[in-house]
Every structure is written in structure tokens, then in C-alpha cells.
Design a protein around this ligand. Sequence first.
Ligand SMILES: Cc1ncc(COP(=O)(O)O)c(C=O)c1O
Length: 400
Amino acid sequence: MAAVSARTRSLGTEHAFVVLAEVNTLAAQGRDIISFAIGQPDFVTPENIRAAAQRAMQAGHTGYTASAGIPELRRAAAAYLSRTRGIAVDPEHVVVAGGAKPFIMYAILAVTDPGAGDEVLYPNPGFPIYESQIRAHGAVPVPLPLVEREAFAFDLQTLRQRLSPRTRLLILNSPHNPTGRTLTAAELRALAGILADYPDVWVFSDEIYSAMVHDGEFASIASQPGLAERTIVVDGVSKSYAMTGWRLGYAANAVLAPYFSTWVTNTDSCASSISQWAAVEALTGPQDEHRAMMASFTRRRNLIVEGLNSLEGIRALVPGGAFYVWPNVSELCAMTGAADAEALRRRWLHEAGVAVLADRQFGPPASGEGHHVRFSYANSEANIERGLQRLGDWIRQARR
Ligand SMILES: Cc1ncc(COP(=O)(O)O)c(C=O)c1O
């Protein structure tokens, strides 16, 4: 029988999609499930952006575009990145693709060679596609633990230990999925101090949640002295403008942009022309709906964090950005006989009708870190209140 490659068989996945299928199956059986599992805004794309897409269709912008993207969007993204990161980004150094996600693959392909022992450091817990893609392209994944005692920032000591002459790429993600941790300018300065000793290491800064910071200002590693040149700044419209289905992201780096563009030619040819015109409107048009969505996410964050901390056996730190909270449920596991967060997740889904993701879905939990689950609070305040009520009832029953 014709075989499937080892690399394809060992591909990782995003468990949010697996849990979503479970939730849909239960819902089809008539179960009422409140889902905190999926990482996408529950709003529709703002009206002005949808109108821009319609105008693009009517104007006949329906063909291939340049692989790097339409000049209007590259200019808009360069201006946006320059303004929000305080660095000078040239439109020629911006490449557009079908989401922020493809740049994970393009960056790994652009700076590592398969089987050469090239190492890529990535956050653990972290977006599961990082590790999957590092492995798939024949590089060596080196997890960088984010620990609760550092409120899920990097332990700089460990970072120093894991950097080596074989390190090619360091993946950063702030605001972070799944912990919501947002790195401060001071923390990035400390990180930059360490990276100064490793001038050959590229930095992939996944900033897809940069416009979703609840407290204070977003800070990028690219703004640190000497780091703009070797940082691949990745952002997009998926999360901040509720455009996950439009598939539109972009990346900036002076050296790698032409290579990313060639990778786009080799894969998708270009991002959707209609989505590119919509993204121009997202970045340059009125921002009121974005601000209203963000205000709503901040209210929801406050509601869910306070609610979770009022439940017995659950302890949640306050996340600074994105729409995730990553509570420690070790005590609850012990109280209710759940072996780990995955066992708790299953029981919540089937017994309480509440869907979340478990820590192992973001990489193997580091020893001594205990058990965590991820709540995405991209859900209404009413559903957050109902979900918390269900969990409270479940805990009272399960601990007996
Ligand atoms: C950390 C992180 N990076 C990238 C992505 C993908 O973004 P996009 O939908 O723009 O490809 C996600 C989506 O969940 C994410 O959480």
C-alpha cells in the first residue's frame, strides 16, 4: 500500500478544533453546552470592513494579486506597524498571507534546514502549531517553560540555558495564548539583553493579539535596540477585527520579506484579494467597533477572573491581553479525584455542560507546574455567568 510520510503522520493539531467537534456532537444530541474552548471573537466583522469587501468585489478586484500583497495593504500594514511599534517599517518589507499562521511555517522554512540540528525555541505552554511545524520541517523543537511563579513570563535563567550555538529561531508570543500574559517593556529589555549575546538568532514575534491588551500599552521585542533587524513581526486582522474566517495576516522583516514572498508564490500564490481590500479598511478606517469589542473583552475578563477565583479549588491570575485565562485547577483536581486537567476537562464537558481546553493541549505540562485549563472568554457576559454557575454547582456535587 502506498505510504503516508512519517512527518505527516506525526503532525500536531489544534485541539480547539477537536473539542469543537466534541461540542458540536453533544449539541447535535440536544445537550446545552457553554463553550469557552474556541479562540475566536464571537462578534461579526465590523460593518465598514464588510462594506469594503463588497466594494472590492463590485470593482472587480477578483484576480490574483502580487504574492507579497497589494501595495495598498503593504503600505497600510507598514504604517500601522511603524506607529504601534515605534520602528520604521518599509512597505517593501511587509508580506501578506492567508492569516498569521502561515508565517510560522514560512519563518521556520526560511531560517532552518531539515536534519541540520537547527534548534527553535518556543513557549510551553504555547500555541500548539509552533511545535508541530518545527518538527514537520525537520528542525529541533526546544520548549521554553513559562512558569506560574513568573506569572507565565519567561524564566530568563532557563532561556539562557536553552539558547545554544545551534539555536536559529526564538518564538515569542505576547499577548500569549493560552495564558493571556503580556510581556512588559522592562521584561522585553531583559530578554533583549540576553539576545545581545546571540546575534545570529532570529526572533519570531507572534503579535496577533497586539491590539488586544487590557491594561497599559502593547510592547514589541522589535522596538528594543538592535532587534528590529532580526525580528519577524507577525500580526493580522483575525482577532482584533473579528476576521478569523477572512484569512488575512502579515509579517515584516527587511531581510526575509522577499523569501516569504517566494514561499507565498510556492504555496497559496497570494492571499484572497477581497480579504486584502477588507484589511486595508480594517487598518485605515474607523476604529470604534474595534474599541467597543475590546471594551467588551475587558469587562468579560474582569467577570470571568473574579468568578473563577470565587470557586473552590480554582486560582486564576489576571491576564493582561488576548481573551484567555489559564487558571490553576490542581486543588480542584485533588478535591474531585480528577487525575489531571484533561480528566477534569472531560468531566466538565459531559457532567457540567462546560467546554474548556486542558493544559496538555498546549504542550506537555512542565514538572511542578500543576494542572491548568484554558478558558476563552470570547463569549457573552450572560454565558460567562451561566458557565460559572454550572461550574460552581458541579464543584459542590463533585466534592461530596
Ligand atoms: C498565538 C496565535 N498565533 C497565530 C494564530 C493564528 O492566527 P490567524 O487566524 O491570523 O492565522 C492564533 C490563532 O488562534 C494564535 O492563537
